[in-house]
Design a protein around this ligand. Structure first.
Ligand SMILES: [Zn+2]
Length: 496
């Protein structure tokens, strides 16, 4: 606190006439804003070449999720939530991102991830193919596969990796390597026979056959089943088999393809993989998505956290003197929102913030461009007039403690959904005596739906490092690819 006051004093000294006449000069908010101004004035654009790029994607992490997540994170740490500063909040450059796709007002994660990794907008439902490809049309996808930033980087000799809490064949991580007319073709069992016969390949197979450079150094997340034959039992859920119809065990095949490759499926194996000596690391920690952070301690086989995966990824990738490109996805923010569970969504957002903090700690802003954004938003709103310090997951209470109610006389939670599993066919439930603050509570929704839908307003992007100042204003989502490629000096986007 002492240092902050001194900094503010320095600013006041620089503008004595204005400050000394201001009756608010002793006000704590006024002084804090003066400090913020001084810090902002010290930020200089960095136009050096980026050696490394780290792209953080909070799946479904709209602006309301950022705000509620900030309050949740502060309150979870026992401090004031509203004024809390997350690590994401500290990145100096911010813009708004338009997430519509080439055919839809409101996006799913496939075209939005494709926009980030290839520089083009495309249709809902497709990954790594351009806007001409109708979803599900194998034939039309041939020859319409724009190169991803990760492919270009590998071909140029950089190290590459991705980390996700979702299945690694799910849309966002898949967008780093796959080119497919249907985002759901995660294993061959998910594909119609005619698409297989026409020569299209499932997403898991595309990863194992990925031929750029010496391949991804780091691939960490969930989704084992798409890599296991249906006749092979799962190592963790030993009653269950894999999904693949072609009889192949792709994780083992991949591991056998090189001496410096390690495949791990649990936390102990992951912890034992030495980042100094492991050349390539594949981690598949669940049959499907990894556990929610809040459920992770109960996992049978044990799973690393998103932060732990991020740390190991950076430690491995940093060994390449040419630099690296890494995507880190907080994939389950979206899943919690779909399930109408704001508590889990905010807890997952906090886990992503911890991963961002790890990345900032392990890298140098002089040579590493870090972007933190979302693919699309979700229909969660923060509404009412709750007093400062009220639990963000609680019922709305005014200053003074009175419970806020609707015209039906019933209380409501501060966080609600437009649509979702918390919707009711009849009158609203009386939540007066209900603890709404648990991670598994389903917040009320206006429209009853089994799965809460995505939302279409702009998302935020935050940035630090070389060329981060290009991340400002209101931009198209696919523009962010061009910022990353330009910062790295890769491809046509450099203008060189
Ligand atoms: Zn979603």
């Amino acid at each position: 606190m002492r240092r902050r006051l001194l900094t503010a004093a320095a600013v006041l000294a620089a503008a004595p006439a204005l400050a000394q006449n201001a009756s608010q000069a002793d006000d704590s908010y006024f002084q804090a804003a003066q400090t913020a101004l001084a810090q902002r004035l010290a930020v200089q654009p960095n136009t050096g070449r980026a050696k490394n790029v780290i792209l953080f994607v909070g799946d479904g992490m709209g602006v309301s999720t950022l705000t509620a997540g900030r309050i949740y994170q502060g309150q979870a740490g026992g401090v004031d939530g509203e004024s809390f500063v997350t690590t994401m909040d500290t990145l100096p450059w911010t813009g708004l991102v338009k997430t519509y796709t080439s055919d839809s007002q409101i996006a799913d994660s496939a075209p939005t991830a494709t926009a980030l990794t290839t520089g083009v907008k495309t249709r809902n439902g497709v990954v790594g193919v351009d806007q001409t490809v109708p979803p599900g049309d194998c034939e039309a996808s041939k020859g319409h596969a724009p190169a991803t930033l990760f492919e270009t980087a590998e071909d140029a000799g950089l190290a590459t990796g991705f980390v996700s809490t979702a299945r690694i064949t799910h849309a966002t991580p898949a967008s780093t390597y796959a080119h497919v007319a249907d985002r759901d073709w995660e294993s061959d069992a998910d594909m119609p026979a005619e698409a297989r016969e026409a020569g299209c390949k499932d997403i898991a197979l595309q990863l194992i056959e990925w031929s750029h450079g010496d391949g991804f150094e780091v691939m960490l997340g969930g989704g084992r089943s798409a890599f296991l034959s249906e006749s092979t039992f799962d190592p963790e859920d030993t009653e269950e088999g894999g999904e693949r119809l072609d009889g192949r065990d792709l994780a083992d095949e991949w591991a056998e393809g090189g001496d410096d490759r390690i495949y791990v499926w649990n936390e102990a194996q992951f912890a034992a993989a030495d980042p100094e000596t492991t050349g390539h690391l594949l981690g598949l920690f669940e049959r499907s998505h990894m556990e929610y952070e809040g459920d992770r301690p109960a996992d049978a086989g044990g799973e690393p956290s998103l932060e732990e995966m991020t740390r190991k990824a950076i430690a491995m990738l940093q060994r390449d003197p040419d630099g690296f490109v890494l995507m880190v996805e907080g994939g389950r923010i979206d899943h919690a929102h779909h399930a109408g569970m704001a508590g889990h969504a905010l807890n997952e957002t906090m886990a992503l913030d911890h991963a961002v903090a790890a990345a900032l700690e392990m890298t140098d802003p002089a040579d590493t461009l870090i972007l933190v954004t979302a693919d699309h938003s979700h229909g969660m709103v923060i509404n009412g007039y709750a007093a400062r310090g009220e639990p963000i997951l609680g019922l709305s209470r005014y200053v003074g403690g009175t419970l806020a109610t609707g015209s039906d006389g019933l209380p409501y939670t501060t966080l609600t959904y437009a649509g979702g599993p918390g919707g009711e066919d009849g009158p609203r439930a009386d939540l007066s005596e209900v603890d709404t603050t648990g991670l598994d509570f389903h917040q009320p929704a206006l429209i009853p739906m089994g799965s809460a839908p995505h939302a279409g307003e702009d998302v935020a992007v935050r940035a630090s490092g070389p060329w981060a100042h290009l991340v400002s204003g209101t931009v198209e989502q696919n523009y962010l690819y061009h910022v990353m490629a330009h910062a790295l000096g890769l491809g046509d986007s450099t203008g060189e």
